[in-house]
Design a binder for this molecule. Structure first.
Ligand SMILES: Nc1ncnc2c1ncn2[C@@H]1O[C@H](COP(=O)(O)OP(=O)(O)O)[C@@H](O)[C@H]1O
Ligand SMILES: [Mg+2]
Length: 265
């Protein structure tokens, strides 16, 4: 067992089931509450989990990134201890769990979230990291309503990525064109655009419920985003932002430019 932490702790209850993991509330000997992500190495290759830990450690202390604490290995699983975020994810903010009140997201609040997501993209770029799975479920909210990016399970050093990974709704057109570049800072920005679109309209930009994957991919390639109903709820500022993000990768704007658009009145 490789335990790189100093303190013992106790696992309390499971707080979320991810695609590849279970996340538990854990309590340390000094009573601090932390989150413990348990990944079965049968589901996810050990090397990939260790890469996730390497990246979390590299980004330790960066604003907007979930704070890594320590990890240890057991015969069939790896446990990652990190800062606990009690206020859930952006997905839960949009669709609260049964019994929780739904607090509407105002237009100022979602623009503020977008600004924060752009700051996070800049942090990733400064550290040469591409996340590859930015989406509502992987963005946590802390008690100050600040966003923290989590789940570096598909992340890697820029330029070193394998092709095509992530969630279909969030994938940029170049993912579906086999002659185009690999995942990049720019494909992460596209995923931030999709996340922002969900926050504005409650749904994804390139599909509706029941849309076959092939049609969704055709819409992404043709940049056909937003139904008439979805566009109706968007402000002119939001429309401009989506036009600057949902483009061919060579024309796509940068996080800095998106932030300028956020500040335009
Ligand atoms: N630090 C944390 N604090 C609170 N909840 C968390 C934390 N990290 C993850 N979660 C919850 O657990 C879920 C799964 O974690 P994630 O790292 O995304 O794993 P997976 O790779 O299985 O998707 C997240 O969607 C979120 O709801
Ligand atoms: Mg996840």
């Amino acid at each position: 067992m490789t335990f790189t932490g100093d303190e013992p702790f106790e696992l309390k209850k499971c707080i979320a089931n991810g695609n590849f993991s279970k996340v538990y509330l854990a309590v340390k000997a000094d009573s601090t509450q932390v989150a413990c992500k348990v990944v079965k190495t049968a589901k996810m290759q050990r090397e990939k989990v260790l890469r996730e830990i390497f990246i979390l450690n590299k980004l330790k202390g960066c604003k907007g990134i979930i704070a890594f604490d320590c990890y240890w290995e057991e015969p069939e699983q790896i446990c990652i201890l990190m800062q606990l975020c009690n206020r859930g994810t952006l997905a839960q903010r949009l669709k609260p769990k049964v019994g929780e009140a739904k607090v509407p997201i105002t237009s100022e609040e979602r623009i503020d979230y977008l600004r924060q997501m752009c700051d996070i993209l800049m942090v990733l770029k400064n550290n040469r990291i591409v996340h590859c799975d930015i989406k509502l479920e992987n963005i946590l909210i802390n008690e100050n309503n600040e966003l923290l990016l989590a789940d570096f399970g598909l992340a890697d050093i820029a330029g070193r990525m394998e092709k095509t990974s992530g969630s279909p709704n969030y994938m940029a057109p170049e993912f579906f064109d086999y002659t185009a570049p690999h995942p990049s800072y720019s494909t992460d920005l596209w995923a931030v655009g999709v996340t922002f679109f969900f926050l504005c309209t409650g749904g994804p930009p390139f599909s509706t419920r029941g849309t076959p994957l092939s049609l969704m991919i055709a819409n992404v390639k043709a940049r056909l985003w937003g139904s008439i109903e979805q566009r109706k709820v968007l402000s002119s500022k939001e429309l401009t932002i989506f036009e600057s993000i949902f483009t061919e990768h060579v024309d796509r704007c940068t996080p800095e430019q998106v932030k300028e658009l956020c500040d335009d009145t």
